[in-house]
Design a protein around this ligand. Structure first.
Ligand SMILES: [Zn+2]
Length: 255
């Protein structure tokens, strides 16, 4: 975005140097306000995290924000449960069990149903594996991991409670029968994994932890983890090859 601003500014300056009598048409074509509008994408300020430091941790104060940025820097409050969790009507790797991890927030659930239908129309059969996860459940998972090695070791692959995007109710881990319903790197080589990578944004989802962006996301490449952000943000992120972290660096809050 910064590059675009500079280019436009340079174009305006160059045109300004051209004698008016030589190229009068160009002078009248100058539309600086429109150019400025194009240069900086703006979103409502409510989509940005509101933060408060609690015991040295940056805790998100507006966790219901559908674009909430949850990572190892910004945590969800320990008592946050999304207000509108429902069970999307899709195929699950664990069948019909009505359990915590089958849930997502309402809008995300509706989008997931559309995503799975779209995949099916293209001959790809997706399976939901793990969605919503409570703060307490994340705490248990980390404790179990720490018990079999050390907490330090466990933290390399398991998010601390509050710092898992699954607590937002906006993420779903997805796999396929061809991948044995597993969540692992080989999912990227399956037809279903490829389809998701290419089409998820059309349904409002992003591949949240891309390959080569580990330094930014602080997570290993997870070809199975998809996050709902809505179609506008998902398309922008996909087309610019951004992470959600990049998105919030590039966007400006509306004043
Ligand atoms: Zn996940």
């Amino acid at each position: 975005m910064k590059k675009t601003v500079l280019t436009l500014a340079a174009a305006v300056l160059l045109s300004g140097c051209t004698p008016a009598e030589e190229e009068p048409a160009k002078e009248t074509e100058q539309t600086a306000p429109a150019a400025e509008k194009e240069a900086g994408p703006v979103i409502d300020a409510s989509y940005f995290n509101e933060l408060k430091e609690v015991d040295g941790v940056q805790v998100i104060q507006n966790p219901e924000n559908p674009l909430v940025l949850v990572n190892k820097e910004f945590a969800l409050p320990s008592d946050y449960t999304p207000p509108d969790l429902i069970r999307p009507n899709v195929q699950y790797s664990f069948g019909d069990q009505d359990i915590e991890k089958s849930y997502m927030r309402r809008d995300a659930a509706a989008a997931l149903e559309t995503l799975f239908k779209g995949a099916e129309e293209d001959g790809q059969y997706l399976f939901a594996v793990s969605g919503y996860r409570s703060y307490d459940r994340q705490k248990e998972i980390l404790a179990a991991g720490a018990a079999s090695s050390s907490e330090q070791e466990a933290l390399k692959s398991i998010a601390p409670p509050g710092m898992s995007e699954h607590q937002s109710g906006l993420a779903m881990d997805i796999s396929s029968e061809s991948n044995g319903f597993e969540l692992n790197q080989s999912f990227e080589e399956t037809e279903e994994g490829q389809w998701l990578k290419d089409h998820a944004h059309e349904y409002g989802f992003i591949l949240r932890y891309p390959k080569g962006k580990e330094d930014i996301t602080q997570y290993i490449y997870e070809p199975w983890h998809f996050r709902y952000v809505g179609r506008d943000a998902a398309t922008l992120i996909y087309e610019n090859d951004w992470t959600l972290e990049d998105y919030f660096k590039e966007m400006k809050p509306a004043e």
